[in-house]
Design a protein around this ligand. Structure first.
Ligand SMILES: NC(=O)c1ccc[n+]([C@@H]2O[C@H](COP(=O)([O-])OP(=O)(O)OC[C@H]3O[C@@H](n4cnc5c(N)ncnc54)[C@H](O)[C@@H]3O)[C@@H](O)[C@H]2O)c1
Length: 345
């Protein structure tokens, strides 16, 4: 993910200067240093923190490193941009938010789907109550991970990743739906591991039901083992007067390219008495509040601007605690065969 964030630093060098890079893999860090033209390269995160004069750190490491690195950076007074998921237990997430608040630094989680222009257009439609009361949502996240990652990759290992499909992939659409609709009250779910490639409790299939505080019900399906799929990531939002669905590009894509959200509009369609199926129109995302269309660049620049203007990012660590409660709530629901109220986590 460092490579996905890099263009933001290279393209917006008048806003932010990339000064040092760290990776425990010496070969990787050398290549990265060359690509980015940064000379200060490290294989030891703590040494980099100590030796370099940094304002902020962008952490794109493995999930089981997130807590330690975030807390070290906070204690060193650095602002922190951290790749999702925040950490591998809910207690770790709470500790991280507390440490960053205590240090008075900005702490943002890179929930990239929020930074798509189409996601911001959906927010406006929902805020304007164009869909009427929103009754139900659905989010699918489907991949065959073994076709894109080596079989011994840490993402197959529950000890390193904190879980499987929910915490690595479904978290994107879960966070986006929560961003649109507010917090979730209770969850139930079933997680399953169907292939020995996934170890230490990492699930390759998950299905969950959510009830949002405002009453909307939600349905989540995630898999990292599907044989074939018509889409990777897709969501739908059903209101009394309209439906929004994301329209993933037809080609095989990286999961962040969720595609343009498409809207069955409210008033216009009602007057035309449109049929129940069809008549969907593309959402106009012309009033893009970001620097461009690339959500990775957008999220990095949002973070930088928040640090410079002393503002809270709209995917702050504090906000993200509620997303992490959904993830860990579903795991608990699956393990205990119970409905989990997220206030209890
Ligand atoms: N937003 C998205 O669409 C998206 C997509 C993929 C991954 N991610 C997230 O990005 C993060 C990284 O995932 P990835 O796919 O880039 O993984 P990766 O394995 O490709 O890269 C992780 C890098 O971290 C380095 N590393 C590990 N421990 C380290 C340490 N202690 N200090 C310094 N470097 C260390 C590794 O050597 C490796 O180069 C994860 O949190 C993942 O969930 C997000």
């Amino acid at each position: 993910m460092g490579y996905a964030h890099l263009p933001a630093y290279l393209k917006f060098s008048e806003k932010v200067k990339l000064t040092a890079i760290c990776d425990i893999n010496e070969k990787s860090v050398k290549v990265y240093g060359k690509t980015s033209n940064v000379r200060a390269i490290y294989t030891d995160f703590e040494k980099m923190l100590k030796d370099e004069d940094l304002d902020a750190i962008d952490i794109c490491t493995i999930h089981d490193q997130h807590k330690k690195q975030t807390i070290l950076a906070a204690e060193a007074g650095k602002h922190i941009l951290l790749e999702k998921p925040m950490a591998t237990t809910i207690q770790d997430c709470k500790d991280m938010v507390q440490a960053t608040e205590k240090a008075g630094v900005n702490f943002m989680i890179a929930q990239v789907l929020r930074y798509l222009p189409s996601s911001q257009a959906v927010v406006k439609i929902i805020q304007n109550e164009e869909l009427g009361p929103i009754r139900a949502v659905r989010g699918d996240s489907l991949l065959k991970q073994s076709t894109i990652l080596p079989r011994d990759h840490w993402m197959f290992d529950g000890n390193r990743a904190g879980g499987g499909v929910l915490i690595t992939l479904s978290i994107h659409v879960i966070d986006l739906l929560r961003y649109y609709l507010g917090n979730v009250k209770r969850v139930s779910g079933i997680c399953k591991t169907t292939t020995p490639l996934f170890i230490n409790g990492a699930e390759d299939y998950a299905s969950a039901t959510l009830e949002f505080e405002k009453g909307t019900i939600g349905n989540i399906l995630g898999s990292l083992s599907v044989g074939r799929t018509p889409w990777n990531v897709k969501y739908m939002i059903f209101g009394d007067y309209g439906t929004i669905y994301s329209n993933p590009p037809p080609q095989k894509v990286s999961h962040y390219q969720i595609g343009n959200a498409v809207l069955s509009s409210t008033k216009v369609d009602k007057e035309r008495k449109s049929s129940q199926i069809g008549d969907f129109i593309s959402i106009d995302s012309d009033s893009n509040p970001f620097v461009g269309d690339n959500p990775f660049i957008n999220e990095v620049i949002h973070f930088i601007e928040c640090c410079q203007n002393d503002e809270e990012p709209f995917s702050s660590g504090k906000d993200n605690l509620e997303t992490m409660k959904i993830i860990f709530g579903i795991y608990k629901a699956s393990n205990t065969n119970k409905v989990i109220y997220l206030d209890d986590l």
